[in-house]
Design a protein around this ligand. Structure first.
Ligand SMILES: *Cc1c(COP(=O)(O)O)cnc(C)c1O
Length: 395
């Protein structure tokens, strides 16, 4: 048997080593609190589950769904965009439901990237942008996200020869893992840049509804001309705690949507219809669950930030998203510090370098930790001491 080069070249999954360490420690009976998992701990709202159960009883929903999703779902997505962002979308040509945003993000590489083509990918980032590019024979070009540039890529710094080979520009705000947000000025600039260099923009926006202190993230689709050159990936996963049901969507440029629909119709057979009905309920039903969840995350955010600052870490409260991006103390790499926390106080976090070279120097803590674990985790964190810091000597 001989595997393909593309599979042989796949890097081992980033966080396998840490997961193994956690599992070993737990097997030995050690008490480990994990801030490493980005998966909402709060259940899907009951009215959404009720609709799912009801739809599951209907034999019409036991059969193959259509790739393009139920017309009612596409309509519900279009109406949600109108209500939430004031963006008008044609439910037939500018909306496509997905089996989770990740599925569409991975498959759109097939629509744009030929052998040797470049996709412009932020670093650090959600790994799927670069891995999907590489799986189809393309090359990611990494745009550094740094504190100095507010974790926004410096588009003007991309070399001309790179731009000539580039087909796609990936963006993601509110950002995972840095917690950064982007405003409409940035998106307007990105659209003009893409127009000037004949690029298509893919904006990944699963955290647009997870925001704090009254902040309301904007949609890339609100930018002038966004629909002419780009799409936005979105998801019910983080907005409505539906990660396990696998449903998301992509909206925007009709040609891009059509290309993805054509690829998908050859690869998958759509989203189970009962789940589509649950998604319609989530998008059109009562929305107070969003504020309720955000209040819970905001409280956790503030508690975690306080503790991190008290043990000497530089971390600022994010305006949106599910993550705290904290600077590790001087003298540690992100992996050193992750290991130290795990060994000394039994707390698991994610090393920033797992999201790309520019994630070095940071760790990511997730806000999706239930209260019982949170209280224990905070007291464990508070017990961490920096044993590498050079002691202060007078003279
Ligand atoms: C969680 C997440 C997704 C995946 O969403 P699904 O709809 O569950 O596939 C996509 N992008 C980013 C940046 C995420 O953090």
């Amino acid at each position: 048997m001989k595997l393909s080069k593309r599979v042989e070249n796949l890097l081992p999954y980033l966080f396998v080593e840490i997961s193994q360490k956690i599992a070993e420690k737990r097997a030995r009976g050690e008490d480990i609190v994990s801030f490493a998992i980005g998966d909402p701990d709060i259940p899907t709202p009951p009215h959404v589950i009720d609709r799912l159960c009801q739809a599951a009883q209907d034999p019409a929903n036991h059969r193959y769904p259509e790739t393009e999703g139920l017309p009612e779902l596409r309509q519900a997505i279009a109406e949600w965009y109108k209500k939430r962002f004031g963006v008008s979308l044609d439910a037939d040509s500018e909306v496509l439901p997905l089996i989770g945003a990740k599925e569409g993000i991975a498959h759109i590489a097939l629509c744009f990237i030929d052998l040797g083509d470049i996709a412009l990918v932020p670093d650090p980032a959600y790994p799927v942008f670069s891995v999907s590019t590489m799986l189809v024979g393309g090359e990611p070009y990494y745009m550094p996200l740094t504190e100095e540039n507010k974790f926004l890529p410096d588009l003007d710094a991309i070399p001309a020869d790179v731009l000539k080979q580039s087909k796609l520009l990936w963006l993601n705000y509110p950002n995972n893992p840095t917690g950064a947000v982007a405003d409409l000025d940035f998106f307007n600039k990105a659209v003009r840049f893409a127009q000037a260099h004949d690029l298509a923009i893919c904006h990944d926006a699963p955290y647009s509804e997870v925001a704090y202190d009254g902040y309301q993230p904007v949609s890339f689709m609100q930018a002038d001309g966004a629909k002419e050159i780009g799409v936005e990936f979105h998801s019910l996963s983080k907005s409505y705690n539906m990660t396990g049901w696998r449903i998301g969507m992509v909206v925007g440029n009709a040609e891009m949507i059509d290309a993805l629909r054509r690829v998908k119709s050859n690869l998958d057979s759509g989203i189970p219809q009962a789940i589509q009905y649950a998604a319609i309920e989530a998008l059109t039903g009562p929305q107070d669950c969003i504020q309720k969840h955000n209040a819970i995350y905001q409280r956790r955010r503030d508690l975690i930030i306080d503790i991190l600052n008290s043990i000497g870490l530089d971390a600022k409260p994010p305006k949106a998203g599910l993550y705290i991006w904290a600077k590790v103390p001087q003298g540690y790499t992100s992996v050193d510090f992750t290991t130290d926390l795990l060994e000394k106080v039994g707390v698991a976090v994610t090393p920033g370098v797992g999201y790309g070279k520019n994630g070095e120097g940071y760790v990511r803590l997730s806000l999706t930790i239930p209260d019982a674990g949170l209280v224990k985790g905070l007291s464990k964190l508070a017990g961490w001491h920096d044993t590498r810091r050079r002691p202060f000597t007078s003279k």
